[in-house]
Design a protein around this ligand. Structure first.
Ligand code: FBP
Length: 352
């Protein structure tokens, strides 16, 4: 599938008082919106998804602006609130959440929205809406007060168009698209169902341009491992053993923000993992069901990994995309990246 095209034009600008003319070449990269339009035309789809993506793009740019100016404007700090996850809410979490809900509401095409920052499912247009949107408006909260990279993650699923809609929470395999903006670096990666994973970069006009197809590298020497190494003694013994035996084979990188870490995994290959915490010296801190949220973190990166030739599993070796959520803030352990590595972990997990 080739959507991408590159064009350039020669601009001839006449100088005043006939002082001759200057010429310069202006490169035009394909914009995300022209890429998406071709995709919709190619598959005979409606413009509704374009309206939805335009809203998510606008939200991401607005969040990027507030994050970039956050240190100067003093809104990289904490609020007095604690969210449904039991986490201290940052000002930027609330700003990003409100911005996203505003843009999703303006589309009138969203049935329900699930946000990491809202305890309940947010009904928007239950009657006329076409999409369910699950999002983490500002992923990587431990990086916020430092102004370091964070992410805006989203997944979208479509209403049942062939019969009554029961509003059930969708498994990742039922998503039609999933993506992430790495903020403030201005990179955007989106996966479209059965149409691949594509990365775009922000240009001087704040447009996301130049689609690059992402496939997980098969070059093992490039592969990276990414996990919170401080937690290793709390992982299941067989996972720890696998890490002890294999980590020296790969470069280790950890940003502490899923969006940033998975961005690297997609680029270099390898694996990002946030295993279950089952051996914490303080049993109250164990997280046998994992830390990351299924619908707007794990399923989003799993969907993108699959479209890029990779795979994602939980602590039972189950494909993340097959997990039907029981709750909209359900957590899961996550192993995502190059399939040979997730297959190795699957074998290790099966040996319990
Ligand atoms: P939120 O910041 O959105 O709560 O997301 C969770 C997260 O920050 C992920 O982005 C990241 O991968 C992980 O938690 C980092 O956890 P830890 O600080 O325990 O390594």
């Amino acid at each position: 599938m080739t959507y991408a095209e590159e064009t350039f034009i020669v601009i001839r600008v006449s100088e005043a008082q006939n002082m001759g003319a200057t010429e310069f070449v202006m490169d035009f990269e394909q914009t995300f919106m022209s890429f998406l339009l071709r995709h919709q035309e190619r598959y005979n789809r409606t413009y509704n998804f374009i309206v939805l993506m335009d809203a998510l793009m606008s939200a991401a740019k607005h969040i990027q602006y507030y994050y970039l100016t956050g240190a100067l404007k003093g809104h990289l700090g904490f609020t007095d609130n604690v969210n449904v996850q039991g986490e201290d809410v940052m000002q930027m979490d609330e700003i990003a959440h409100e911005i996203t809900i505003h843009y999703l509401r303006t589309t009138e095409r969203v049935i329900h929205a699930v946000s990491e920052e809202a305890a309940e499912i947010i009904p928007l247009n239950e009657e006329g809406g076409r999409y369910f949107v699950y999002f983490d408006p500002l992923d990587g909260s431990s990086n916020v007060s430092h102004g370091l990279p964070v992410g805006f993650l989203f997944g979208a699923a479509k209403r049942n168009l062939d019969g009554p809609e029961d509003f059930h929470l969708r498994a990742g395999k039922d998503y039609i698209a999933a993506g992430m903006f790495v903020i403030p670096t201005g990179t955007f990666t989106i996966a479209l169902k059965d149409a691949g994973a594509w990365r775009f970069h922000i240009d001087e006009t704040m447009n996301y341009v130049k689609p690059i197809r992402m496939m997980l590298s098969e070059k093992k020497s490039d592969w990276e491992l990414s996990f919170n190494s401080a937690n290793r003694y709390t992982f299941a013994h067989n996972i720890r053993e696998w890490i002890d035996k294999n980590e020296q084979r790969y470069t280790f990188r950890y940003l502490g923000a899923l969006a940033g870490d998975f961005h690297r995994t997609l680029t270099k290959g390898g694996m990002f993992m946030y295993p279950a915490i089952v051996n914490h010296p303080n049993p109250n801190k164990n997280r046998p069901d994992g830390k990351l949220r299924l619908m707007y973190e794990a399923s989003v990166v799993a969907f993108m990994a699959e479209e890029a030739g990779g795979h994602a599993i939980d602590e039972h070796g189950t494909s993340i995309l097959d997990i039907v959520p029981k709750g909209h803030h359900q957590r899961t352990a996550l192993y995502v990246g190059s399939k040979p590595l997730t297959d190795e972990i699957m074998e290790v997990l099966a040996k319990k």
